[in-house]
Design a binder for this molecule. Structure first.
Ligand code: FE2
Length: 191
């Protein structure tokens, strides 16, 4: 809907060039703000995962699942270091801002572990929780990588793309573990 405010903000003839330049720089500073907010959100989320993944490992029975989670725990540490590099490159202090989405996903995972018997069923629950977490991270890093590309932050974009790839591979690995053993065992337990 076109309103009067919008109409009045249209550039006047003669000042069109500088006005559109101003608009572009406003847009890019807003994009930078979104980018910084997103970085702080995922920085909080990754640090929360540093505490949550060991709980998942403790609760998992399958050796494959244990290994997949343990290697993702190591990757998570590297991803945190990578985020710190990104903060450094854009001259912003590395700090987290509570991510309610990740907080909820982790709480859901803990509930699943507490409400299921140890063994294949709990393993299947852990995988489902871990994959929801991965999908959230893939969405977040995908967006941040795109923002970095739009702002021509080449180094930053590379770092985020590396993490995005790791998250995708972790998700695939979890799918493999689920298909290989756990879902079959879980089905047998309920039979
Ligand atoms: Fe991650």
């Amino acid at each position: 809907m076109q309103n009067q405010k919008n109409t009045s903000q249209k550039p006047q003839s003669g000042s069109e060039k500088s006005s559109s330049g101003k608009k572009a720089s406003m847009k890019s500073s807003q994009l930078m703000q979104l980018f910084e907010d997103g970085l702080k959100d995922i920085y909080w989320a990754e640090n929360a995962l540093l505490k949550a993944i060991p709980k998942m490992i403790k609760n998992a029975t399958s050796e494959d699942l244990n290994q997949a989670l343990a290697s993702h725990l190591d990757e998570t540490k590297e991803q945190i270091a990578r985020l710190e590099q990104v903060f450094g490159l854009i001259n912003v202090k590395a700090e987290g801002k509570k991510c309610d989405a990740m907080d909820g996903l982790i709480k859901e995972g803990i509930e699943i572990m507490e409400s299921s018997e140890e063994g294949s069923m709990r393993d299947a629950g852990i995988i489902s929780a871990a994959q929801k977490i991965e999908h959230y991270e893939i969405a977040t890093y995908g967006t941040l990588r795109q923002f970095a590309e739009t702002m021509n932050l080449t180094e930053v974009e590379k770092l985020l793309a590396t993490t995005l790839q790791e998250e995708k591979e972790a998700d695939l690995k979890l799918s493999e573990v689920a298909m290989d053993a756990i879902n079959v065992d879980a089905a047998e337990e309920t039979a």
